[in-house]
Structure formats: structure tokens, C-alpha cells
Design a protein around this ligand. Structure first.
Ligand code: 13P
Length: 263
């Protein structure tokens, strides 16, 4: 087996707007802690709880090696922006933030331009960023996935440079695969991740692009995770529903550690 040259794989848990109870949030993170800690030398694990649970979760994971992230941020660092949370507020106790998730694009009307501003602002505040891209079912059916994903990557990285590469992750999440149980087949995921890698290379240079990690997301579970993480271009997974089940998420971390340990 060839030695893996790309950075450590990332397994990220996007809890979305769950759970409703603070105690349940802490139980959930405690449930994945021992497995995540046991594989910390081979897999980076990052948890993205809703804003109100960030502080409590940060206390549980302190010193464990498990990373914390927010599911969104605003692009300005402070000011009269009611309801928004700035990268400057997250910095210090969150290492990560997600930008451009399709649920924000769809339900809150986030545009590529907004995603670009958020991504650049978070990177400028020394946060690491998972920027999400992915086509709708209509695009997939029409065979235009590549054009849509390429446009999202180009627009979203409009304000980024090679200096950001080590803290930049792009998650390919086909919208039709999110929360549907209809995960993308590995070949489609591979081809799209290859396209993303090429486009990132054109934007920030091939050398820097190699440091950018590319994840797959969309109905990932313990049964299908191997088919993604064994893809040569895949640097990990962004997990939604399955991350709300501690045993299931721990299994995803374990499988990822095993696959990358053999590369
Ligand atoms: P599911 O794993 O529930 O499909 O969600 C994926 C996702 O949107 C992660 O950001």
C-alpha cells in the first residue's frame, strides 16, 4: 500500500439544529469521545453543535484532541447585525466553522457572494473552514453537476489565497444526497472531488491545493463510509444524521482510521 501523502483525514459531525436539550448534547459528545481520542493520531474529529451548545461541548472535549466548530458565522467582525455571530467571537474556543451549507443556501437565501465573504472572513480570523458545495437533484438529473460545483468553488474562494490552504476544507455534498438516505455513488463522488481539486489548483496553485482537504457528505453512515474514505482523493467525511447517534458516529471514525492507517 502506498503511504498517504495528503494531510490527516477529517471526520466532521454537523449536528444541524439538534439536539434540543443541553444534557442530550453533552451525552452525545461524551459518547464519541473515547473512540475519537483513541484514534486521534490518525483521524481529526471535529464536532459542530448549534451555537447554544458550543460552550458546554467545549468543556467536555477540553484536552481530548477533538476539535470544535460552529455551523455558520457572519462576515463582519462586530457591529449592528442582529442575530449574527462573528468569526472574532468564535475564535479562541472554536477552531472550525462551516460556510455555505446547502441548507443555508436553500432556506436562508445565502448566495455564493455571501459564502465567499464568510469564508474569507473566517480564514482571516484564523479559523479553519469547511466550505460546502454541491448540486441540486435537477442539476444532477440534467448532467450539469460539474458546472454547478465548479461555479460554487470559484465564487466561494474568490477572496482566498494560497496562504489559506492548510486551513481550508471543501465538502462536496450533493444536495439530493443530504438527509435522503440516497448517498452518491463512489464514482460520482470521486469525479466531482477530482474536479474540485483541479479548480482549487487553478485558483491558488497546485502546490497549495494539495493541502486543501476535500470531504464527501450526504447520507454517510457506518455502512457506506468506507466506499468514500477509500477513494484516493477523499480526505474524510462530513456527517449529518448519523452523527446524532454516538455509536454510529464512533464507528465512522473507527472505519476511517482503519482505512487511512492502511494507506
Ligand atoms: P446527512 O448525513 O444527514 O445526509 O447530512 C449531510 C450534511 O448535510 C452534513 O453537513
Amino acid at each position: 500500500m502506498a503511504t498517504r501523502v495528503s494531510p490527516m483525514p477529517l471526520v466532521a459531525a454537523n449536528w444541524k439544529m439538534n439536539p434540543n436539550d443541553a444534557g442530550d448534547a453533552l451525552d452525545l459528545v461524551r459518547g464519541v469521545l473515547s473512540v475519537a481520542r483513541g484514534h486521534a493520531d490518525r483521524v481529526e474529529v471535529a464536532i459542530f453543535p448549534p451555537f447554544p451548545w458550543l460552550l458546554g461541548v467545549s468543556e467536555v472535549i477540553a484536552e481530548s484532541g477533538v476539535k470544535l466548530g460552529a455551523q455558520d458565522c457572519f462576515w463582519e467582525l462586530s457591529g449592528a447585525y442582529t442575530g449574527e455571530v462573528s468569526p472574532a467571537m468564535l475564535k479562541g474556543w472554536c477552531e472550525w466553522v462551516i460556510t455555505g451549507h446547502s441548507e443555508r443556501r436553500i432556506y436562508l437565501g445565502e448566495t455564493d457572494e455571501m459564502v465567499a465573504k464568510k469564508t474569507a472572513s473566517a480564514l482571516g480570523s484564523e479559523l479553519s473552514v469547511i466550505m460546502c458545495v454541491g448540486e441540486l437533484a435537477d442539476h444532477y438529473d440534467a448532467g450539469t453537476s460539474d458546472q454547478v460545483v465548479e461555479a460554487q468553488v470559484r465564487a466561494g474562494l474568490a477572496n482566498c489565497s494560497a496562504d489559506d490552504s492548510a486551513r481550508l476544507v471543501i465538502a462536496y455534498e450533493p444536495v439530493w444526497a443530504i438527509g435522503t438516505g440516497k448517498s452518491a455513488d463512489a464514482e460520482h463522488a470521486y469525479k466531482t472531488m477530482r474536479l474540485i481539486r483541479r479548480v482549487v489548483g487553478e485558483l491558488i496553485g497546485a502546490g497549495a491545493a494539495r493541502k486543501v482537504r476535500i470531504l464527501y457528505g450526504g447520507s454517510v453512515n457506518s455502512g457506506n463510509v468506507e466506499s468514500y474514505v477509500e477513494l484516493p482523493l477523499c480526505d474524510g467525511v462530513l456527517v449529518g444524521s448519523a452523527s446524532l447517534d454516538a455509536a454510529e458516529f464512533a464507528h465512522i471514525v473507527k472505519v476511517t482510521a482503519e482505512v487511512y492507517g492502511h494507506r
